[in-house]
Write a protein that binds this ligand. Sequence first.
Ligand code: HSE
Length: 413
Amino acid sequence: MSKKLNIGLVGFGCVGSGLYQVLNKSRLIDARIKRIVVQDPKKERTLSLDHFSFDVNDILNDEDINVVIELINDSDAAFEIVKSALSSGKDVVTANKKLLAEHLDELVLIAKENNASLLYEGAVAGSIPIIRNLEEYYNNDSLTSIEGIVNGTTNYILTKSNEGIGYIEALKDAQNLGFAELNPKLDVDGYDSKYKLVLLIKHAFGVKVKPAQIQNIGIKAITPYEVAYAKEKGYRIKLFSRAEKLGDSIVGFVAPHFIKDIHFAYNVNNEFNAVVVEALFSDKQLFIGKGAGSYPTASAVLSDVSALKFDYQYEYRKSKEGKKLRFSNDFFLKVYVGSPFIEAVNEVPFYHVDELFQSDDYVYQTGWVKFSELSALQFNNRTDLSLVILSDKLKATEELIEVKNARRELEYL
Ligand code: HSE
């Protein structure tokens, strides 16, 4: 028999208010929101003040509430709330990717000890049901790679830049539409995409990785020169989160990519997200859907709520196999770097140069680099140097035949 759900909702922003409406509209789910807690009594809201409480303990101490839905921005405060709710045996649904990327193992342990569920479909790629599919459908170790666009804000900005709309204006629109994080640096510098990648790697490969291990390069430094280069070559620029099995390692990173029109994600625009899953026998499969915004994210939260009626829990079945794999940044890939200054381009340690272009006001170079060596360049802090990935394929260090004369001399590339 399905259980009765009494919900305590923490947060009534873009997703929280969306969930309230989605729950009211959905007749399929027998769940009621017993209490909504928000922080600021003065903030204008779509419901009258008497709908809200202002102390989270009103939810945490209410024994009648058996589900806590956490939808606030502050991931430190969310950590305390989620910990406390799970400790008292309440099920938790959250869409807080930063919280989960940083504390997943600890929270899963607390949930287990208290026989509570911790679900978070809305934390990755908004409305796309990727976590549950990785858990249930791809519940073996046949996955070889997972990649895609998992941030709606940057995809919106990049789509608009392709239409000739500037970065500042596009970001403002994304903020007004409720796609962007409170601190948009998290979106544009690739942190949000990285937190989501941590969760994808955990569910796809069973591998634990800390956010600090994954290098994230964002889109801030992309100039009209890169947009023009993409147009000339028939590419589009997309911020990709990427992870794949390379030998006994899982490699993963976030960076802007030039992608060709044959790529599944080429026509995925605005706030839409796309996740491409590759497995040994099925080859590539594409998931597409709105990755940000009130209702799309609320729909994923709603799906978790309905799963709770049957006490659904993630089982993390791949964790055992995942222990045999290690996370690594040691691989080679092909990149484009552009700058007004040749000195800046020369800072990038190329192993092999394919093309060097110089005009009066811009320089770009393409070729092969070792990914781990890029972190020293701190791309997110630079306005004079843009990096965009050109590779479909990543190459393991062992694949390099001779690194003897290193830069510029790898014959087979
Ligand atoms: N800021 C996030 C995005 C919200 O743009 O994708 C959804 O996680």
